[in-house]
Structure formats: C-alpha cells, structure tokens
Design a protein around this ligand. Structure first.
Ligand code: CDP
Ligand code: MG
Length: 732
C-alpha cells in the first residue's frame, strides 16, 4: 500500500504533488519506507502492523496534514485500543478467575508452589498481579526467572505490551551480556543463571520483594542451585515472597523441599488430543517430519503445526527443504509460513512466531525444546514429535561434556502432545512406535545437575561462602564424582588452593560470567600482557559457531574467504582474533562482513560482549594491554585456561587426549583440519559421528608442564599414554 501511494505522489502528473512538500515525503519515507514494519511497530509501540498501514494511508492523504500531530494522535488512539484488546485477552486466561484467591495465598504464605498448564498465564500474569497489588511499592522489584534467554526476552516484551510501557522501562529483562532494564524497572524477567549471579552482588537479594522461580519443572542446573539459595534467603528475610511455579503436576516434590509449602493449582483448560504413532520405526526422523508436515498441510483442516527438532542446524536444514518442496508444489497448495525458533535466533525474528496466521495460510513452527513449556504459541493444532532432543551429558571420570541427541522422556512426550490441545482439539503425530514409547522412553528426564560439569556453580557457591558442597541442600544431589571433578578442575586452574579455599585468581575468575576455563584464560592474560587480544578471542568464542556463513550455492567462495584468516596455520583461536581485528580495522563495516562471508550480527554481538569483558577487566584491576604480534603469549594465556583440553597426534592420524585414553578428531571446519599438528588444545568437543574438537590451536607440549605442573608431569608430556590422576584430587 505504501509503495503504491508513494508512486502516486512522485508521479509528476499527480494533482497533489505540489501540496505534498518534498520534505514531508522524505520524512515519511524515512519513518516508514526504509525500515521494516516490525521496527516501526517497536518504535511506536504498535502491536499490529495494519495500524501502520492505516497511518500510512492517513499520511498519504494529507493535504492539510500535520504529520507529527497526526502521528501522535494515531499513536495514542492505537495504543489505547491495543491496550484494551490486550486487557480483554488477559481476562480470558485460565488464571484470571483465581486472581484474588492467588493474591490472598501469597499474602498468607511466604512460599507458594504454583502449578498450572502451559498457557494458563503464570509467567505473564502473576508478576503483573503482584505489581498491581502493591508488591513493588516499596521500591523493590519482582524477579521472574526463566531457564531460557528467548523466553525471558519474549515474555518481557509481551508483558510490556500488556502494560502499555516501553520494554526496558517498567518491564525489563536481563540475560547474560544483555541487560534491558532501567531505574524504572519493577518487573524483571531474567534467566535463572542471571539471578544466580546476582547473589554474588547481593546475597540477600535486597532489591526484590518477590522472587518467582518459573518453569521449575525444567530443573536446569541454575534453577536447582537457586532452590537451595532462595530457600536460605527466605529464612533470613521474612518479607521476601517466594513463588515456585511449574507446568507439571509433580508439585509435591517442590512443596516437600520447601518445608511443605502450600500448592496453588490453576485448573487447566485442555482439549482432547488424538495421538498417532508410526507403525514401524522411522529410519530418518527429519525426512519423516517434513513429509508429515506436508501431509498435514495438504489434507488437514486449518490450524498451525509445531515440529519439535533438536537444534539450530536441524531446524535450518528442515526450513530449507520445506521451502524447496513447497516451491515444487507451486500454487496448487495454500501458503505455508515457516517460522524457526531456537535459542540463538535473532530477536527481531523471534516475534514472527507469535504473529497471527493470515486467513488461508498455515504456519509451521520449527522449534527446539523451547516450545515444550517455556513458550506458548496460540493456534497450534498439530504437533509433530520425532521423539528426540539434545541433551547435555557429562562424564565425571574424564570431565568431558557433550551434547547428545537422545530420546526424550515420557513426560516430555506428553508435554509436547499437550501443545496441540490448548485452544481446541488437537492431533499429535509421534514419529516413533507405541511400543517404543512404552519401552524405550524413560519416565522423566534426569535433572541437569546430575549430568553436567559443575565447575561453574561450584565456583559461584565458593564465592558465596558455601564451603560444604556435599551437604548443600540439593533437591536431587549431583553425583559425588562430579563435585570432586569440579573441585579438581578449579584447583588445577588455581581458583582454589589445596585446602579447597577460594584464591585471588578464583575470585577474579568469578567476576566473569563465563565458564571457569574461559575466565581463567582471561585472568591469565595479565601475566602474558595480552588481555586486549584475549578478550577479543573470548568474545568470539562466546558467540558460538555462527561467525561464518556458508550459503549452499557459494560454499567454495565462503570456504576460501574463511581460509584467508587462517594463513600461516595460526589455529582457530588466533584466526578468530584476526577476524575481529580486521572487522575493527574496517570500521566495523557491514559491507566487509558480506564480502568475507561473515555474519555481521554475530560480530556485533561479539563486540558487545568484548566491551563488557573490558569493563570486567577493569573491575578485577587487570590492565588492558596489547601484545598482538606475540602469538605464543596469546596461546599461553589460552593454555592457562584450557590445558585440560589437550590432545596429541597418534601414529594413525587421530588424536588422543593427553590426560586419558579418549580418541578425538579435529573438526573439519577447523583451519588445522588438514595440518594435523603434533599437540593441540581445543575449546569444545562435539559428538556427531565422532568426537570432534572444535576451535583448535597448536601448542608446544612443554607449555603444559610450564603452565600446569600440578596437572601434568613429564611422563604425560613425553608420551601420551599416562593415565595418572592429577595431584590434589582428595580435595572434596
Ligand atoms: O506461563 P504460562 O505458560 O502459564 O502462560 P504465559 O506464558 O503467561 O502465557 C499466557 C498467554 O500469553 C498465552 O496464551 C499467549 O497467548 C500469551 N503470550 C504471548 O502472546 N506472547 C508471549 N511471548 C507470551 C505469552
Ligand atoms: Mg510460563
């Protein structure tokens, strides 16, 4: 509509041409033409894009038009009508009839366990009710934790709309490396990990009047640790209200843990869900998911589809194939809108999944586990469940952690199916057999605390003065071996002394919201006078594997561009540094990123993280010093953090970890994949067809002795067959 209108006005024959002064056109173009609608929506806090069309039309028609005034008027009209609509929606939520009863329960009890199905309004409504009831009057905030970043951001955005305020003002969110709150903030949505970090600054959580540990059933590591900490704070602060909310019905366990706290149940609204199993096991669940999606689209009545996949790569592949097949079907079939959603999806694309589906079209959402309970998407009628998710697994013996695609639990399968029956009867297509459901799936997923590396939380707890970890009040305790392994690692990194007490290095490390190995690498850069370089590397590593992109039709070009940063076999860490520095030398140019097949968004994110790391360096009083030509110094800093991740080349061309017998390989995406240096260290291991080391750098074996004499001995460095335990393992 806009482009048509603009043409009319720029047509020299158009009558209104003179009336419409050029600067007004430019103004409007600036406001509407060059930005996408979403952005304008955000700027002006409109919720619906057709409001923009309406205003645009008004703008276009205006001979006697005062742009700013009209815009202001429309803005306030639109805002109040949107608010009204949202207000009506809020009243329809299952929790609404229980508002007063709920507030009374909070008033009467310090700790409350809340149970209600996904979509009943727990996350979006409860903090608002509490705010309306005056819990923020004392200048304190209401915290609501989420296990996932995406959920924290999207829920905060939704609540700010419902309250008619700008995101980041009264309603904000806080996730690692991104704080979207202000002085005004009273409702703070945050990841559970961020609240855990807040304990370091304020052990009694003084700035909060209510803490809501939401999505408690997810039992993430941070949530489990929070349980112990908030339980303790609640004892010390009778004025603090504690809410534990969960989407599943096994609330007794939470209640028991919190000294028999009362359980507040929000009766769910649920429609029947028809469950279909496959008759025989599927050989390729991705293909099966794609075929099923298209079959539903072609044969089933209207209603959106939700497909559960295991991660970003899988989602992107599926999106690609679905698009291709849809193109192949041409106009014979209705439009299929494909919406991916996963943790690293850029914010501006996340909103797409919540947009109402246009008449006649169908939406298919390709999601990770995130859509199981954390996000409620209206309009889903069909769920496709291949039965897998990516799960973190940890081997306390070797200290190795990997993400594995594993079968989900029965509880997860039920949650997934339930997503289709929220607003009407639904159907769930399980891409596995009924036999497999009964016999192969566990009842519940074990909590993360029992299958992860604990070094990070152990360090945090040590900083909080919690010395006796074995007797910490865990809801489900982690394996003793995992605690021991964490203590050993922290000792090896010099974060703890022989007596298990926090050292100065450890205290400095804890200031960084990073894995201990990564923060150790930064702290060690002081000694090697290259903190400037090392924080750039740390920032790039924190962004993950989304720096380079590799379009299908230009793979050769993309690979060449990538290899340009690897000349001299400098290794992946220094190559990252080179990428960052070249971008900086090119004035952080977007064009430069395009030319080098680099994702500008990831680079901006890295710059952001880098700035924050620089700020933290200052806080721990480490000077920002550059030593850009001394690669050995930089590599030694990296080794100071990552020495446990070292591997030696074997005669057969594979690698073996220096400290134990594990065989590993260099990931094909590494700049060293063809070089095969004698001794390397890696940033992380990924398990696909083999155990792959990702982000690899060559080191000299003697550095291991020089830097970690208490971890390695001469025997390790001379031949890699040693399997000796590090000294000091009796720490626990
Ligand atoms: O936390 P719970 O699962 O109980 O529900 P909620 O997240 O508070 O969601 C309540 C309703 O808010 C959902 O039914 C959605 O319609 C809406 N919502 C939304 O539109 N956008 C979001 N980002 C979150 C919720
Ligand atoms: Mg929720």
């Amino acid at each position: 509509r806009f482009s048509v209108a603009m043409q009319r006005y720029s047509d020299p024959n158009a009558e209104k041409e003179e009336v419409w002064e050029e600067h007004q056109i430019r103004k409007a173009t600036l406001k509407f033409g060059s930005k996408d609608k979403r952005q304008v929506c955000d700027d002006y806090q409109f919720v619906f894009e057709d409001q923009i069309d309406f205003i645009k039309a008004a703008v276009m028609d205006g001979d006697k038009f005062d742009y700013e005034e009209e815009l202001a008027l429309e803005k306030s009209k639109a805002k109040s009508s949107v608010l009204e609509a949202l207000h009506e929606e809020r009243k329809k939520l299952p929790i609404y009839p229980f508002r007063d009863e709920f507030l009374k329960a909070v008033h009467d009890h310090q700790v409350l366990v809340i149970v209600g199905e996904t979509g009943s309004g727990k996350t979006t409504q409860i903090p608002q009710y509490l705010h309306e009831a005056g819990y923020t009057k004392n200048g304190r905030m209401i915290a609501c934790t989420q296990p996932r970043r995406v959920a924290a951001m999207s829920v905060a955005a939704r609540v700010s709309q419902e309250m008619g305020v700008k995101l980041g003002h009264e309603v904000g969110y806080s996730i690692r490396f991104e704080d979207c709150t202000s002085e005004k903030t009273v409702l703070k949505y945050m990841t559970d990990g961020m609240l855990l970090r807040e304990f370091l600054a304020q052990p009694e959580l003084e700035s909060y009047s209510v803490v809501m540990v939401d999505e408690a059933h997810e039992r993430t590591l941070s949530t489990d640790i929070l349980f112990g900490l908030v339980k303790d704070v609640a004892r010390a602060r009778p004025d603090l209200k504690l809410l534990i909310s969960s989407a599943t019905l096994d609330a007794e366990k939470f209640s028991n843990y919190f000294d028999c706290a009362p359980i507040f149940k929000i009766p769910g609204r649920r429609y029947p869900v028809e469950i279909h199993f496959t008759k025989a096991p599927e050989a390729d669940y991705l293909d099966a998911a794609i075929v099923t999606t298209l079959q539903i689209h072609a044969t089933q009545p209207p209603g959106d589809i939700l497909v559960f996949l295991t991660g970003q790569e899988e989602i992107e592949t599926t999106e690609e194939i679905l698009k291709q097949r849809m193109r192949g079907l041409g106009t014979k079939i209705a439009e299929l809108i494909i919406c991916p959603i996963y943790a690293n999806l850029p914010t501006e694309l996340q909103a797409k999944i919540f947009e109402p589906t246009p008449e006649g079209a169908r939406k298919v959402i390709l999601a990770t586990n995130i859509a199981e309970t954390s996000l409620t998407i209206d309009g889903i009628k069909y769920v496709i469940d291949p039965g897998f998710s990516k799960m973190k697994c940890y081997n306390p013996r070797t200290g190795m952690e990997s993400l594995l695609v594993t079968p989900i639990s029965k509880a997860s399968a039920m949650q997934r199916a339930g997503r289709s029956g929220r607003t009407g009867p639904g159907k769930c297509f399980r891409l596995y057999t009924a036999y497999s459901f009964q016999n192969d799936l566990d009842d519940n997923t074990p909590p993360e605390i029992q299958r992860t590396n604990l070094a990070n939380v152990v360090l945090t707890l040590k900083c909080l003065g919690i010395e006796d970890l074995i007797n910490f009040e865990f809801m489900d305790p982690p394996p003793i071996d995992a605690i021991k392994k964490a203590l050993e690692l922290l000792y090896a990194l010099s974060a703890l002394n022989v007596g298990g007490k926090l050292t100065k290095v450890g205290r400095r490390m804890a200031e960084f919201p990073l894995d201990p190995m990564l923060s150790k690498m930064i702290v060690a850069s002081e000694k090697y006078k290259c903190s400037d370089e090392v924080i750039s590397i740390a920032a790039m590593l924190s962004v993950g594997n989304s720096i380079f992109y590799r379009p299908k039709d230009k793979q050769v070009h993309a690979d060449n561009a990538r290899m340009n940063f690897h000349t001299g076999n400098i290794g992946d860490h220094i190559a990252h540094l080179k990428v960052y520095n070249s971008w900086k030398e090119n004035n952080y140019s977007t064009q430069w990123c395009y030319e080098n097949y680099i994702q500008v968004r990831s680079m901006k994110h890295a710059r952001d993280i880098r700035d924050q790391l620089a700020g933290l360096l200052e806080r721990v009083e480490i000077e920002l010093t550059s030593n850009s030509n001394d690669f050995d110094a930089i590599k030694k800093s990296i080794t100071s953090g990552y020495f446990p991740h070292s591997a030696r080349l074997q005669k057969n061309g594979t690698y073996r970890m220096v400290k134990h017998q594990q065989t590993v390989h260099i990931h094909p995406s590494s700049g060293l994949a063809e070089i095969l240096p004698r001794c390397v260290l890696y940033h992380e291991l990924v398990l696909t067809s083999k155990e792959y080391m990702r982000q690899v750098t060559e080191i000299k074996p003697q550095w291991l002795l020089e830097i970690a004499p208490h971890f390695y001995d001469l025997k390790d460095v001379e031949n890699s067959s040693s399997n000796k335990m590090p000294r000091g393992h009796g720490l626990a």
